[in-house]
Design a protein around this ligand. Structure first.
Ligand code: TYC
Length: 113
C-alpha cells in the first residue's frame, strides 16, 4: 500500500492518480545578463581604478591591474557580468564613489548579447 492510499480518502486518491502533470514544452528565455564596463578618461588615477575593481568587483590586485590597463589602452573594459538589478547597483556604486572622490570615472551597463 502506498502512502497516499493510506492517508487520503478514496476519491482524492483516485483523482490524484488520474491527474497527469504534462511536462512544459515551451522553453522560456533565461533572464538577460548585463556587462558592467568601465570607461577610460584622462584624469582618474590608475590606482583609484584598481581600487574600484577590488572594492566593487571582488578582483585581486593582479586582475584589477590587467582590467584597468585594458580600459586605459582600449577605452573600455569589462568589470563583470550580472543580472539587471545587480549591474545597476554596481554602476551606481562606482559612479557615486568616483564622484565623492572628485574623479570623472564613468561606468556603464549593456545587455550581454
Ligand atoms: N587613463 C587614466 C590615466 O592615465 C587611467 C584610467 C584607467 C582612467 C581606467 C579610467 O577606467 C579608467 N590616469
Amino acid at each position: 500500500m502506498t502512502l497516499s492510499e493510506f492517508t487520503v480518502p478514496p476519491m482524492a486518491a483516485r483523482h490524484q492518480e488520474d491527474s497527469v502533470i504534462h511536462a512544459e514544452r515551451t522553453k522560456i528565455a533565461p533572464p538577460p545578463l548585463y556587462k558592467v564596463l568601465l570607461l577610460n578618461d584622462d584624469y582618474t588615477p590608475m590606482e583609484f581604478v584598481i581600487h574600484v575593481l577590488e572594492r566593487f568587483f571582488q578582483m585581486h590586485r593582479e586582475q584589477a591591474t590587467t582590467v584597468m590597463l585594458k580600459v586605459h589602452n582600449e577605452g573600455a573594459g569589462l568589470a563583470g557580468i550580472y543580472p539587471h538589478d545587480v549591474a545597476e547597483t554596481k554602476v551606481h556604486q562606482v559612479r557615486d564613489f568616483a564622484r565623492n572622490h572628485q574623479h570623472p570615472l564613468q561606468c556603464v551597463m549593456e545587455e550581454n548579447q
